[in-house]
Design a protein around this ligand. Structure first.
Ligand SMILES: O=C[C@H](O)COP(=O)(O)O
Length: 259
């Protein structure tokens, strides 16, 4: 955790979830309540097909709804894409950008991710910009170099602690059940914090840096307790309300420790 930074527990449903899954969102909306909701943000990013109905289920809940990608342009001839404005029009508040699956599946570059973040900011969305090294880069000790290159290239100059969240997701930890050691996570997050503070000053010092990659109810308390880890970006374990809420609830203990 970073002192005075409000944690964010975010779920990325990826290409999972049809209308049958809306009951999970309803249960999450009902579960994000009470004093914890005043201290810790919760967000679910379902597929675009569920965006509008998901936000409608959350009108009486602090649970926020976001999208998983947007186009860098405001509108136009871009078949199959959705714009940041369309996400905002569905009452979405956040958009995940530059996830490693999009960098791989759609050849997204740091430059493109930066342009998408600018589009997100122009639509008043918070951009969750994903970065992280591959197994090969980690094995050849390039992790911090990769993080620096992706931070420098993917974050636009107008980023603030309000409109931008960084998600560190080692590619090899996604969906694998593997996580870096606590020490490796601490080193990576301290490095990112220092780079963000160097470039963005106070805004960088307060910008949220999430950890993502095989976060589960069983390891969340330890992972979320690491310095400069300001929440989680959760894939598989965000599909079920019970797991998502169990991860969210680890902050009951973590916040009590800081009071
Ligand atoms: O965006 C979420 C991540 O890719 C993590 O996925 P995972 O929790 O299934 O490992």
């Amino acid at each position: 955790m970073t002192p005075d930074v409000r944690p964010l527990v975010a779920g990325n449903w990826k290409m999972n979830g049809t209308r049958d899954a809306l009951g999970e969102i309803k249960a999450m909306a009902e579960g994000v309540v009470g004093p914890l909701a005043d201290r810790v943000d919760a967000l679910i990013c379902p597929p675009a097909t569920l965006l509008y109905v998901a936000t409608a289920l959350c009108t009486d809940s602090p649970l926020m709804i976001g999208a998983q990608d947007c186009h860098q342009k405001v509108s136009g001839a871009h078949t199959g894409d959705i714009s940041a404005e369309m996400i905002a029009d569905c009452f979405g508040t956040h958009v995940i950008l530059g996830h490693s699956e999009r960098r791989t599946d759609h050849a997204e570059t740091d430059h493109l991710v930066r342009d998408k973040a600018v589009a997100a900011h122009q639509a008043d969305l918070t951009a969750i910009i994903c970065i992280g090294e591959t197994a090969g880069e980690r094995d050849s000790y390039q992790t911090l170099d990769v993080l620096k290159r992706q931070l420098d290239g993917s974050i636009p100059d107008g980023a603030t602690a309000e409109n931008t969240v960084i998600a560190y997701e080692p590619v090899w930890a996604i969906g694998s059940g593997l996580t870096p050691t606590n020490e490796d996570i601490a080193v990576a997050h301290a490095f990112m914090r220092s780079e963000l503070a160097k470039r963005f000053g106070d805004e960088g010092a307060k910008m949220r840096i999430l950890y993502g990659g095989s976060v589960k109810p069983g390891n969340a308390e330890v992972l979320m307790g690491i310095a400069n880890v300001d929440g989680a970006l959760i894939g598989g374990a965000s599909l079920k309300a019970a797991d998502f809420l169990a991860i969210y609830s680890v902050y009951e203990g973590l916040i009590a420790e800081t009071l």
